[in-house]
Design a protein around this ligand. Structure first.
Ligand SMILES: [Zn+2]
Ligand SMILES: [Zn+2]
Length: 170
């Protein structure tokens, strides 16, 4: 089955400076995200401009995708819609190491869109910056159900986890 993000670029390749708009809604299943953060059955909005250069095609615009995951502390379900600005280069003869390949007269936007969406959806979000999480002793959701366990163990645990997250993001 031909992907709806396989774009014929014969016209673009003929003349540097020419432009083509790609504006569509694509079912998330077409991207094979294989990532449970992307809402199954949702639509990915693709609004991209393809612009021919002398040595490639630059693709810029926005992608939007629905995600869902859990607060990393209290496991409360969270949802959102990621708005992703993209600016990517495609080349028939790769001279930029970050460029995507052009094969023949087709531009395949799927892999590029897939990578950009997966990078943009949150990995380990918090429902709120000061989410108190679950009590490690009794399992109570401390935001709504304060418990009478000692808080010490819990605070140390979050401090260690937060330190880990900070390391990862550096
Ligand atoms: Zn939370
Ligand atoms: Zn408790």
């Amino acid at each position: 089955m031909a992907s709806s993000l396989l774009i014929n670029i014969a016209e673009l390749l003929r003349r540097a400076g020419s432009i083509r708009e790609v504006d569509r809604q694509i079912d998330a299943s077409e991207f094979d995200f294989a990532d449970e953060r992307i809402v199954a059955g949702s639509k990915v909005d693709v609004g991209l401009t393809l612009e021919a250069l002398t040595d490639g095609i630059v693709v810029h615009g926005t992608l939007q995708a629905d995600w869902r995951c859990e607060c990393r502390r209290c496991l409360r379900p969270l949802t959102g819609r990621a708005q992703i600005q993209v600016q990517e280069l495609y080349q028939a003869v790769i001279s930029d190491p970050d460029a995507y390949p052009i094969t023949g007269e087709q531009l395949d936007l799927v892999e590029m869109a897939r990578e950009n969406v997966l990078l943009a959806v949150p990995l380990a979000p918090l429902c709120r910056a000061d989410c108190a999480g679950l009590c490690p002793q009794c399992g109570a959701d401390l935001q709504s159900t304060p418990c009478s366990c000692s808080g010490e163990m819990r605070d140390e645990r979050w401090a260690a986890l937060d330190a880990l997250k900070t390391d990862e993001s550096q």
